[in-house]
Design a protein around this ligand. Structure first.
Ligand code: NAD
Length: 430
């Protein structure tokens, strides 16, 4: 059992803290957001994440998991401190590291014995050095400390599962003491542990996310060629994916990636490369293809309904991907804005993200279910590939729509099925 403090109770911090307590450690999760901590203490989850509420409840009861707004006391009573605060993009695309800096200096001011400070937030290379420097500048007592990088690879929607079953655990360290401590913390998890220097660990995270984003943009570019030639991108992806060197994952053509990670990490990786003296132009192209896909979807809708002005568009799916309520950098936000700019009226439904969507999307009518979003619409658009949309009664949808038109930004339906139902159907790259 190790004493751990996790700073930041967002998707990463909360899941990490809860899972580490479930592994047998004593964990305090800290956040500046008082309302979040109050909710968590009452076992109300601030985010939607399968399995999370259960392990939080179980470990609060066992006494291994607690929540606090008091960073100082939490640091004092812990040995390892994970920094899991946000690293949002600045206007120029670089990562805003001010939350990391604030936390590092607060940790320094409260260090009363040896501490291992682990950066779990996604950060550009050399952040570890800055964290170390910040601690040295703000430390009050003459105590030893280590800084480490332990990037997180969990996916929203399966964050608990991913934390217990990662493909790898990356540990970037400078000392054997830090390496052994982190290995002990993660010992109950059966996964390969890769030990590297801190800078390599930082780059592993940015390089991995940018690679996955590149794979998505690659298949989307291929999809656009397929569309122009009459080929079927689903078949092309299947054929490519059968090659073990390529693999089938992340080859689903559609309207591209969104969310809090891929877009910002891609930008931040481009920015830090440039700062270091390398113009990583490939990453710029990945971003451009991604943005093009959203415009392409709007163009397809416009081509199907002729004039968008005054038309009602039913939108299915608002979250940036299925099984999450996360709306950050969701493609739906841009797509709806473009449709509204052209004068369309939007009626939308999402199984989990409506509460968050209501705070972001203006002028949208939110519906109780998918059928209500289809009712009376000139066209129905699939933006997020939730499973419940795949199971819709399409004959019923057809009856409810004003005109039987479906534009599928995620290729969840089969064109032949749509043809049989006499629905005008357009998808991506098929
Ligand atoms: P988030 O915005 O959901 O959570 C961050 C939390 O940090 C918030 O609750 C905020 O109140 C808190 N915070 C900010 N400043 C603080 C301070 N000074 N003291 C205490 N708490 C503070 O963010 P997230 O999605 O959990 O992401 C956190 C980091 O992990 C980011 O760097 C992100 O890129 C990375 N990451 C995210 C994911 C993901 O799927 N969301 C996956 C891997 C890595």
């Amino acid at each position: 059992m190790r004493k751990i403090c996790v700073v930041g109770t967002g998707y990463v911090g909360l899941v990490t803290g809860a899972c580490l307590s479930d592994l047998g450690h004593k964990v305090i999760c800290v956040d500046v957001d008082k309302s979040k901590i109050a909710m968590l203490r009452k076992n109300v989850m601030p985010i939607y994440e399968p399995g999370l509420a259960e392990i939080v409840k179980k470990n609060i009861k066992s006494g291994r998991l607690s929540f606090s707004t008091n960073l100082g006391e939490s640091v004092k009573s812990s040995e390892t401190i994970f920094i899991a605060v946000g690293t949002p993009p600045r206007d120029d695309g670089s990562a805003d590291l001010s939350f990391v800096e604030t936390v590092a200096s607060q940790i320094a001011a409260n260090m009363n014995s040896y501490k291992l400070i682990v950066d779990k937030s996604t950060v550009p290379v050399e952040t570890g050095e800055w964290v170390e420097m910040t601690i040295k500048r703000n430390i009050k007592k003459n105590v030893e400390f280590d800084v480490a990088s332990n990037p997180e690879f969990l996916r929203e929607g399966s964050a608990v599962y991913d934390t217990f079953n990662p493909d790898r655990i990356v540990i970037g360290v400078k000392s054997k003491r830090a390496e052994n401590l982190l290995k002990e913390i993660y010992a109950p998890i059966k996964a390969p542990v890769l030990v590297t220097d801190i800078k390599s660990a930082e780059i592993i995270k940015h390089a991995s996310n940018s690679y996955l984003a590149m794979k998505i943009s690659y298949i989307n570019a291929v999809a656009n060629l397929c569309e122009k030639t009459g080929a079927d991108v689903a078949k092309v992806a299947e054929g490519m994916g059968m090659d073990k060197r390529i693999g089938r994952s992340f080859l689903n053509a559609g309207i591209g990636f969104g969310g809090f990670c891929f877009p910002k990490d891609l930008e931040a990786f481009y920015w830090i490369s440039k700062k270091m003296g390398f113009d990583f132009k490939l990453l710029k192209e990945v971003k451009e293809i991604n943005e093009y896909q959203r415009k392409l979807l709007v163009k397809k809708i416009e081509e199907a309904v002729w004039n968008l002005k005054g038309k009602t568009i039913g939108v299915l799916g608002l979250a940036f991907k299925p099984d999450t309520d996360d709306m950050r950098f969701a493609p739906s936000v841009d797509i709806i804005a473009m449709l509204q700019e052209h004068g369309a009226r939007i009626q939308a439904y999402d199984p989990a993200a409506m509460k968050k969507a209501k705070m972001i999307l203006k002028g949208v009518t939110f519906k109780k279910n998918a059928y209500d979003a289809a009712k009376g619409a000139d066209c129905l658009v699939i933006v997020t590939e939730w499973n419940e949309f795949k199971e819709l009664d399409l004959s019923k949808v057809r009856r409810l729509l004003k005109h039987p038109i479906i534009i599928d930004g995620r290729n969840i339906f089969e064109p032949q099925v749509m043809k049989k139902l006499d629905i005008t159907y357009k998808s991506m790259g098929r």
